[in-house]
Design a protein around this ligand. Structure first.
Ligand SMILES: C[C@@H]1CCN(C(=O)N2CC[C@@H](S(=O)(=O)c3ccccc3)C2)C[C@@H]1N(C)c1ncnc2[nH]ccc12
Length: 303
């Protein structure tokens, strides 16, 4: 059945046999499924490699097509700043397919920054920001719009390397268009969304730039959950609002030029980068290439 879905079969596409993929522990959960730590141990002697396996909830038929697209997307990406694709695992019994990725023991950026906030310098935070930016520049070169860029989806490979780790919501922009319009918002992380994504469900590289600005804010607030964008925005919107009206409140705040405040200890040049990414009109936002140059030239040197 799965083979009939013309998954672009690539020579390096490893196929993992379900019976040798041993579950160890959960790595994270989301609204469509989960990512688990597993050991692929065909010899059965615990010498096999540790891998991260992304499973789709079997009953969510609608995402199956999205999941197939995610697998096609991530298997075609080769960049130091993007989590490595390893292969897929068919489990015919459950009539489902799982995505096998490299496992990075440091885990997500959120936990890492919260734990190491005393020892991480602004210079190191800026190195992480420029790596994420280079990963996004690569995605843009492949006409891939991420749509869910947030610190929770960034992985730590080492004390000096981070990678973009989740492609569950990515879209490929058609060659004749500048943006992708989704049909329904779904569980949208609106506090990471550009205005045009909230009001018109339009997603582009420029809306990814807006989200990158929010990731910069998260990084320079060390992912402190009291300063989380949802909490800070929510405090301005008030507890009574819910559903559609939250989006309208947020849009009015953004139209009134309200933005997330500068995190403590955030260098002024970095905050001006964030506010540039948060230009209300998408065409006034910098490109990822602009930001990479900006960080290298007049920010990194001053830290
Ligand atoms: C930060 C990573 C991405 C986010 N995440 C996660 O659990 N999810 C991302 C998508 C959502 S989902 O379950 O909603 C989802 C499920 C299916 C389709 C689409 C979405 C879960 C945790 C990951 N994590 C801790 C990892 N740690 C160590 N090595 C790793 N290699 C690869 C990931 C990974």
């Amino acid at each position: 059945f799965w083979r009939s879905l013309n998954l672009t079969y690539q020579p390096d596409q490893a196929e993992y046999e379900e019976r040798h993929l041993r579950y160890i522990s959960p790595l994270g959960k989301g609204n469509f499924g989960s990512v688990e730590l597993c050991r692929y141990d065909p010899l059965g002697d615990n010498t096999g490699e540790l891998v991260a396996v992304k499973r789709l909830q079997p009953n969510k038929q609608s995402n199956m097509a999205d999941f197939q697209r995610e697998i096609r997307t991530i298997s075609s990406l080769h960049c130091d700043y993007i989590v490595k694709y390893r292969g897929i695992c068919y489990s015919m019994g459950r009539l489902s397919v799982s995505l096998v990725m490299e496992y990075l023991p440091y885990g997500s950026l959120i936990a890492f920054l919260e734990k190491k906030r005393q020892v991480i310098t602004p210079r190191r935070l800026l190195l992480f920001a420029s790596q994420i930016c280079k990963g996004m520049e690569y995605l843009q070169s492949r006409r891939v719009v991420h749509r869910d860029l947030a610190a929770r989806n960034i992985l730590v490979a080492s004390d000096s390397l981070v990678k973009i780790a989740d492609f569950g919501l990515t879209k490929i922009i058609p060659s004749d268009k500048e943006y992708y319009r989704v049909s329904h918002p779904g569980e949208s992380p609106i506090f990471w969304y550009a205005p045009e994504s909230i009001t018109d469900f339009k997603f582009s590289h420029k809306s990814d730039v807006w989200s990158f600005g929010v990731v910069l804010y998260e990084i320079f607030s060390f992912c402190n959950h009291h300063l989380n964008p949802k909490v800070v925005n929510g405090s301005w919107i008030g507890p009574h609002a819910q559903g559609q009206s939250i989006s309208m409140h947020l849009i009015n705040l953004l139209k009134g030029n309200w933005r997330l405040p500068a995190p403590q200890l955030c260098p002024p040049q970095v905050y001006s980068m964030m506010t540039a990414c948060w230009a209300y009109e998408s065409e006034n936002r910098p490109t990822f290439s602009n930001i990479v140059v900006f960080i290298r030239s007049n920010v990194q040197s001053t830290l």
